[in-house]
Design a protein around this ligand. Structure first.
Ligand code: 3PG
Length: 404
């Protein structure tokens, strides 16, 4: 169900799940794309005099109040983008939240504190979902990038209130279907970044769908380690080596060419000016960290792109926030953009960090489609059901009206 089916909205409280899990450094937002993505739905609602109540998570505070993971710093940027005041409640449930929501005039906007400060969120606890639901008359899910999580604010609420897909959610689903519903083959995936445990499980599915897969960034270290190569002091999930081996095996069984880095850029520190070295894989020193893909690896990736018709990319190749370790990510982005410009490649990228890297390199507009979603985008691609999307398809009669 989409927003245009929501009927009369005047004075209705719309609980809107957005994804404000934005890249932040020293309390400052470094890329506001996810905030911008939420604007059309927020505007749609306030222009129809609804009371807009925003729910979001930030980071992984694991059910505890972790002050650096507060959503409060987001208010200023959001308010500036909307050109309107945005109220903030220090809790997403309970008397503080209710007081702020009750204080909204029709067309007013409030952001409630990080839903993940409560353990009930990730547990999809029905009691917590009911508490959230007391502040809404309808529920709008505009967070496609969190739709792979069956949490109270992404899934549970859809069972309690009339539920609709927001405009950003709708756009994501339509664009993904248009561009990747029947992809041009061969399809190459590049999966990097650091959320290793989340992504490894997905790779098991992806190797059955893709023609080639380049494992990069922090994720690749676990594969290198599984092959017995020293990764020095690099970020590496040593408990997941068995999964990495299993993925290599599945890739072989499914004719999915697996590309791992053959060389890497290392340093002992991320300090500006710290010396960097190119090492062949396996020759990394114990005190060194792998921080980017090496030149030989980049050439191999670009050649593989030339042999592909579609690219699906999630996760940077290195610590892109700290130059010069953005080099690999930017080089691959440029190569993909070039091929796309020549009409030779459908180039799709997704994920908060990938988006920030493309924005920083000024290349976002050069891609066929850039999704705000990372994990959700990969899960969609792997053909998995996204709980946050599936819940929006529930027939009305399955609703359990919220009781306080
Ligand atoms: C994301 O950044 O991909 C989404 O906000 C989901 O975050 P999570 O992986 O912490 O659930």
């Amino acid at each position: 169900r989409t927003l245009d089916q929501a009927g009369e909205l005047t004075s209705k409280r719309a609980l809107v799940r957005v994804d404000f899990n934005v890249p932040m450094q020293d309390g400052r937002i470094t890329d506001d794309t996810r905030l911008q993505d939420a604007l059309p739905t927020i505007r749609f609602l306030f222009e129809r005099s609804a009371k807009v109540v925003l729910l979001a998570h930030f980071g992984r505070p694991e059910g505890k109040q972790v002050p650096p993971m507060s959503l409060r710093p987001t208010v200023e940027t959001l308010s500036a983008l909307l050109g309107r005041p945005v109220a903030f409640a220090d809790d997403c449930v309970g008397p503080q939240a209710t007081a702020v929501v009750d204080g909204l005039a029709p067309g007013g906007i409030a952001l409630l504190e990080n839903v993940r400060f409560h353990a009930g969120e990730e547990a999809n606890d029905p009691k917590f979902a009911r508490e959230l639901a007391t502040n809404g008359d309808i529920y709008v899910n505009d967070a496609f990038s969190a739709a792979h999580r069956a949490h109270a604010s992404t899934e549970g609420l859809a069972h309690l209130l009339p539920a609709y897909a927001g405009l950003a959610m709708q756009r994501e689903l339509e664009q993904l279907e248009r561009v990747l519903g029947k992809p041009r083959r061969p399809v190459m995936g590049i999966v990097g970044g650091a959320k290793v445990s989340t992504k490894l499980d997905l790779l098991k599915h992806l190797v059955t769908k893709l023609d080639r897969l380049a494992v990069s960034g922090g994720l690749a270290n676990t594969f290198l380690f599984a092959r017995g190569w020293n990764v020095g002091a690099s970020y590496c999930e040593k408990t997941l080596v068995q999964t990495a081996r299993e993925i290599e095996h599945l890739a072989g069984q499914n004719d999915c060419e697996l590309l791992l880095p053959t060389d890497v850029v290392v340093a002992t520190s991320l300090e500006p000016g710290a010396p960097t070295f190119v090492r062949r894989r396996g020759e990394v020193h114990d005190d060194e960290r792998i921080l980017d893909a090496g030149p030989e690896t980049l050439v191999a990736l670009c050649r593989a792109l030339e042999r592909s018709e579609t690219l699906i990319w999630n996760g940077p190749l290195g610590v892109f926030e700290t130059p010069p370790f953005d080099h690999g990510t930017v080089e691959v982005a440029k190569a993909a953009a070039d091929l796309r410009r020549q009409g030779k490649l459908v180039a799709v990228a997704g994920g908060g960090d990938t988006l920030a890297a493309l924005n920083a390199a000024g290349l976002t507009g050069e891609f066929t489609f850039v999704s705000a979603a990372g994990g959700a985008f990969l899960e969609w691609m792997a053909g998995k059901t996204l709980p946050g999307v599936a819940a929006l398809e529930l027939p009305d009669r399955e609703l359990n009206p919220a009781t306080p």
